[in-house]
Design a protein around this ligand. Structure first.
Ligand code: SF4
Ligand code: SF4
Length: 387
C-alpha cells in the first residue's frame, strides 16, 4: 500500500509513526483518510505493510548492526535523526554487542512510537529466555514488536524436539513478543519457513545482485502474505550505488530493506530517497546487468557466519578482497593493516570449519587463497609505485 504524507507545519518535524495496526501521527499531523495523510510542504514517503503483521512501516528500515562501531552518543544522534525523518522500524540482534543498548538509550523514552525487532541465536530454550530478558532490559522495554530466530541451520517449528518455536509462542502469549520471525541465509530453510506458514516475517539477503532463486523466496513471501525484510540490500558493501539499490527494491511493495547505517551521510542518502524516489531507468538496468555479470559465480557475501576462525583470519572481508579492491577506493584496502590481515591466510589450518558453516556452501579456504594471491599482486604494484 502506498500512503502519501505531506507535512502539516513546521512543528511536526517530519515525524510519521507506525504502531499497532494503524498509522498514527504526532499531534501536529492530521490523517485525512486511511490512504492519504496530508500535511503542508510535502514530501512523499512510502509506507508498506509488513505482511500479516499488518504493521505499517516506512520503506526505509534501519539496520542497527553497524552502530556497534560508533559511540553511544553518535548512535543516539543517528537514531534520533532517523526517527525525526519518519523511519519507524529498527532491526537489531542480541548478537550485535551493544546495538540493543544504544537503541534503548535512543528510544526508551518513546518506545511506543517505534517498531523494534531483535533476534536470538540461542540454540536451546534456556538460552532463548536469557537472551529475551537481556534484550528487553537493554532496549528498556517490556515487549518486542518482532522477535526473530537468528539464522538457525534448521527451521524451528511448533512441536519440534528442541522446543524453540514453542518457547517463542509462550513469549508471545506473555506479551513479550508481538510477532514471530526468522532470519536466514539458506534458501532451503527460508523456503521451509515460508511454506510452514508459522512465521510472520522472513529476513533474508536480497539485492539487485541476488539470484533468480533468491527472487523466488521474495515472491513466495508475497504469496504467503509474509513480511519480507531484506538484509544485505547493499550486498555486504559490494553495491556502492545506494540509489540504484533503493530503486531496485522499490519494485517489491511488500519488501522492507533495512539499511545498515553507521554514518550520518549514509542516513542522509536514504532519507533523501523518501522525497525523491530514484527510478529504474534503462541505464539502471544496464548497470545492474553489468554488475551481475561481474559478480556471477560464487562469491563471499561477507555475512561472517563462518567465523570465528581458529587462525584469526577475518574471513568475511579477506574472502572477498578481490571484489573489494575493485569496487571500493583502493586506499581503503591497500594498507599495511590489511596486508597484515591478508598474511594471516598463510596460517590457515585447513580445518574446513569455515566451509562447513558457510550458508552459501563456498569452498572458503580455496577462496581465501585466491583472494590472497590477488591481493599480493596489487600490493606488489603499490610497493613498486605503480598504483
Ligand atoms: S579452514 Fe582455514 S580459514 Fe577456514 S576456519 Fe579453518 S583455519 Fe580458518
Ligand atoms: S565465506 Fe560464506 S559464511 Fe563466510 S563470510 Fe563469506 S559468505 Fe559468509
Amino acid at each position: 500500500m502506498r500512503i502519501r504524507i505531506f507535512m502539516v507545519d513546521i512543528f511536526c518535524k517530519n515525524r510519521v509513526f507506525g504502531h499497532l495496526e494503524e498509522i498514527f501521527l504526532s499531534e501536529k499531523l492530521v490523517c485525512v483518510n486511511s490512504f492519504s495523510i496530508f500535511v503542508k510542504n510535502s514530501g512523499v514517503m512510502k509506507i508498506i505493510t509488513l505482511g500479516k503483521t499488518n504493521l505499517k512501516v516506512n520503506k526505509n528500515g534501519f539496520g542497527a548492526l553497524p552502530i556497534q562501531r560508533i559511540s553511544e552518543k553518535e548512535a543516539v544522534y543517528l537514531l534520533h535523526k532517523a526517527y525525526d525523518n519518519g523511519i519507524n522500524f529498527y532491526d537489531t540482534a542480541r548478537f550485535y554487542t551493544d546495538s540493543e543498548e544504544k537503541i534503548g538509550a535512543a528510544f526508551g523514552d518513546r518506545r511506543n512510537k517505534v517498531l523494534i525487532a531483535s533476534k536470538t541465536a540461542a540454540t536451546n530454550v534456556e538460552d532463548f529466555w536469557k537472551d529475551l530478558h537481556t534484550t528487553l532490559k537493554n532496549l528498556k522495554t517490556d515487549y518486542l514488536d518482532l522477535y526473530q530466530f537468528h539464522n538457525p541451520d534448521y527451521c524451528p517449528r511448533p512441536g519440534d524436539k528442541l522446543g524453540m518455536y514453542d518457547a517463542m509462542k509462550v513469549a508471545k502469549r506473555q506479551g513479550k513478543v508481538r510477532f514471530i520471525g526468522i532470519s536466514n541465509h539458506r534458501q532451503n530453510v527460508a523456503m521451509e519457513a515460508i511454506e510452514r506458514d508459522c512465521y510472520d516475517t522472513l529476513q533474508y539477503p536480497f539485492s539487485y545482485l541476488s539470484s533468480p532463486e533468491d527472487q523466488k523466496i521474495v515472491e513466495a513471501c508475497y504469496k504467503h502474505n509474509m513480511g519480507f525484510i531484506c538484509m544485505k540490500a547493499l550486498a555486504g558493501g559490494l553495491i556502492n550505488d545506494s540509489a540504484l539499490a533503493y530503486a531496485f527494491l522499490n519494485q517489491f511493495d511488500h519488501a522492507l530493506p533495512i539499511w545498515g547505517i553507521q554514518r550520518e551521510s549514509e542516513l542522509d542518502e536514504f532519507i533523501s530517497y523518501q522525497d525523491h524516489e530514484p527510478e529504474l531507468s534503462s541505464a539502471s538496468w544496464r548497470k545492474i546487468e553489468k554488475e551481475r555479470a561481474e559478480l556471477s559465480g560464487e562469491f563471499c557475501r561477507g555475512c561472517g557466519y563462518c567465523m570465528p576462525c581458529p587462525a584469526g583470519i577475518q574471513i568475511n572481508d579477506c574472502a572477498r578482497m578481490s571484489l573489494l579492491l575493485r569496487r571500493a577506493p583502493l586506499e581503503v584496502y591497500l594498507t599495511e593493516e590489511w596486508a597484515e590481515k591478508m598474511k594471516l591466510i598463510e596460517n590457515c589450518k585447513h580445518c574446513n570449519a569455515c566451509h562447513e558453516k558457510c550458508p552459501y556452501d563456498l569452498d572458503t579456504p580455496t577462496l581465501l587463497e585466491k583472494n590472497y594471491e590477488d591481493f599480493k599482486q596489487f600490493w606488489a604494484k603499490k610497493q613498486a609505485g605503480e598504483l
